[in-house]
Design a protein around this ligand. Structure first.
Ligand SMILES: C[S@@+](CC[C@H](N)C(=O)[O-])C[C@H]1O[C@@H](n2cnc3c(N)ncnc32)[C@H](O)[C@@H]1O
Length: 461
């Protein structure tokens, strides 16, 4: 059996490895978006097992880049930066297979890497061969930075996180908690889908998917959620094309439930693209009422419109505009959703390259944008109406600080308790927070994407 549990000879995995190396090279060299490259290039691999292997190699290598470089550098005489991008990608994917993919035989990982480098950069074949042989021999038997003397560096190198981020989390949560968070960020993220209850019940969707050969388990945290085995091309399923589901994590599915919309209401979603929550709101409204879906970027609104079409929703009107200004929107709304642009640092497990793209400066800048958007959106809440603020980050400047500023500036809004809104056990600390109307979901505590939610009600007339 090879790494993916099939009896297929390993040499057939060659294309998957070459594709992974090409994607990683372009991602680093051209700063190209990995998700887009994956989407495009995986299609060229006809076999679903090849797609899975290529995706696992790209995501795993990117996530663990710092740790891999630490392991590789020990056997290099020149700095990594002196090597061509392609050679770096070949070394990293090779080392990833050797250190993280137990079921790939070491000889296959090294031989495939050497074959690739011979085809692309032949003069580095000897180097790749000898470095990967050394990585295979040494395995994990090398010293880490001292946990006590340099805890941030230790966490950064051992769990492949930027050191500034590890230092931030250490100051907030201490070593033990931060270590758990880093570990959970490196686990593969399960694929969660949301049943389109306008077209099918969750129960019937399970049968449909099983008939299409997909393994399914129910989410215990949301009524529409299902976990499915993602074979890398969900859109090829008839059930997908018929709009019976959309991909959305459990945390994200909580948001529309917490806003508590009802059929017939008037709802404003100020940052709606690509449409996950706005379409969920429409489902919960039974496709009755009005939703205005606003987003800054017209191009992203076409993604919303495509999703709306596929899911068969008729109550969403999209419009482009800056949510910090919100011009041209008439009247007030029963419910307003502010799913603000954020650093995304709660969903590191889902986006392999995200951890390397963020900075403290960006967190601070986003915090200012978030405050502006939330304060402006509040003007559109009808007396007695409600508003939810949500993000997929776990950084306090983007969450608690935004809420603090909002509370200080808008005494006409009060917090709405979230006790009773969450159907799974939470920590004692989170219980207290829920009663105060906020919930910071930490991924390692709940095995969900890291999210933040806060709910407010505007005073009645
Ligand atoms: C977290 S995403 C929203 C996700 C969406 N609610 C969903 O569930 O699919 C934040 C969105 O805010 C948009 N955005 C960024 N800055 C904005 C602004 N100033 N005004 C309106 N939208 C903005 C981005 O284009 C992005 O689509």
């Amino acid at each position: 059996m090879n790494s993916l549990g099939s009896d297929r000879p390993l040499s057939n995995d060659h294309n998957a490895r070459r594709t992974a190396v090409r994607i990683l090279t372009r991602a680093e060299k051209e700063k190209a978006y990995v998700n887009l490259l994956l989407q495009r290039q995986l299609r060229e691999l006809g076999d679903s097992r090849d797609r899975q292997l290529a995706a696992a190699l790209v995501n795993g290598t990117l996530k663990n880049r710092l740790t891999l470089d630490y392991a590789i550098r020990r056997h290099l005489k020149t700095p990594m930066s002196a090597l061509p991008h392609m050679v770096r990608a070949i070394l990293r994917t090779g080392a990833f297979q050797l250190l993280y993919m137990d079921r790939i035989p070491a000889a296959a990982a090294v031989n495939e890497a050497v074959k690739s480098v011979k085809a692309e950069e032949p003069k580095f074949a000897g180097l790749v061969n000898s470095v990967l042989h050394r990585v295979a021999e040494v395995g994990w038997e090398f010293p880490w930075p001292d946990q006590k003397k340099e805890p941030a560096r230790y966490l950064a190198v051992k769990y492949s996180h930027p050191q500034w981020l590890a230092a931030r989390w250490l100051a907030r949560w201490g070593l033990e908690e931060t270590e758990k968070l880093c570990i959970s960020n490196n686990l593969p993220a399960p694929t969660c889908i949301r049943t389109n209850t306008l077209k099918i019940s969750r129960e019937n969707l399970v049968s449909r998917l099983e008939n299409e050969g997909i393994q399914v388990t129910l989410s215990a945290k949301t009524p529409e959620g299902l976990f499915i085995e993602d074979f890398g091309a969900l859109d090829e399923l008839l059930s997908y094309q018929e709009g019976l589901f959309t991909v959305q994590d459990e945390s994200s599915q909580l948001v529309a439930h917490i806003l508590g919309v009802k059929p017939g209401e008037r709802v404003l979603d100020v940052c709606c693209a690509p449409g996950g929550k706005t379409t969920h709101l429409a489902q919960l409204m039974n496709n009755q009422g009005t939703i205005i879906g606003n987003d800054l970027y017209p191009a992203k609104l076409s993604l919303v419109n495509e999703l709306v079409e596929r899911l068969g929703i008729g109550i969403i009107q999209t419009q482009a505009g800056d949510a910090g200004i919100l011009e041209g929107i008439e009247g007030r709304f029963d419910k307003v959703l502010v799913d603000a642009p954020c650093s995304g640092l709660g969903v590191i497990r889902r986006r392999a390259d995200l951890r390397w793209q963020k900075s403290e400066q960006e967190i601070k800048e986003l915090s200012e944008i978030q405050k502006k958007i939330l304060l402006r959106a509040a003007d559109f809440v009808a007396p007695g109406g409600e508003m939810v603020y949500s993000t997929c980050t776990i950084e306090p400047e983007e969450n608690f600080e935004v809420v603090k500023v909002f509370r200080a500036e808008r005494p006409d809004f009060s917090s709405v308790s979230l006790t009773g809104e969450i159907n799974f056990p939470v920590t004692a600390g989170d219980k207290k927070q829920l009663a105060k109307g906020v919930f910071q979901i930490l991924p390692h505590l709940y095995n969900m994407d890291g999210f933040f939610l806060a709910k407010f009600r505007r005073a009645g007339l």
